[in-house]
Structure formats: C-alpha cells, structure tokens
Ligand binder design. Structure first.
Ligand code: SF4
Ligand code: SF4
Length: 68
C-alpha cells in the first residue's frame, strides 16, 4: 500500500491534484482549514491508491510525497 504524506500547510486548495487522480481518491476538506486559510486536500481511501504519483506531479507546491 502506498503512503501519501501531505505538507498540509503548503496546500492552497487549488484542486489540481483532485482532478489528476485516476481513482478519484482526493478531495478538498469540507471541515478543516490550514494555516493559510485554505481547505487542504485529503485522501479519501488510502487502500485504493495505486501510487501513480499523478497527484504529486500535478501539485505546483510540492505538497504531496508518495512512498511505496
Ligand atoms: S498516487 Fe495516483 S492514485 Fe494515489 S492519490 Fe495520487 S493520483 Fe490518486
Ligand atoms: S495541487 Fe497541491 S496545492 Fe493544489 S489542492 Fe492539491 S495539494 Fe493542494
């Protein structure tokens, strides 16, 4: 199973990674804000992540790190 780590306070809630995930596993939080005041991205179902790295590649702010 892949392990995704989010540098949550760097996230600006742009949603680019959400659209990039082929498994539709990412969403912007509806309950939390980060230190910058943005809704940070969340992984909904870690077990379904295929570690394709599309999300990490898409993110302009290098928020997402993926380990296999
Ligand atoms: S690594 Fe791929 S499958 Fe996993 S959350 Fe990112 S885009 Fe989705
Ligand atoms: S692409 Fe990066 S900055 Fe944009 S929502 Fe995703 S993690 Fe946050």
């Amino acid at each position: 199973m892949a392990k995704l780590t989010f540098k949550e306070n760097l996230c600006k809630g742009c949603g680019l990674c959400v659209g990039a995930c082929p498994k539709n596993l990412l969403r912007l939080s509806t309950t939390r804000l980060n230190q910058k005041g943005y809704a940070p991205v969340e992984l909904t179902d870690p077990d379904k992540c295929i570690a394709c790295k599309s999300c990490a590649t898409m993110c302009p702010d290098c928020v997402i790190t993926i380990e296999k």
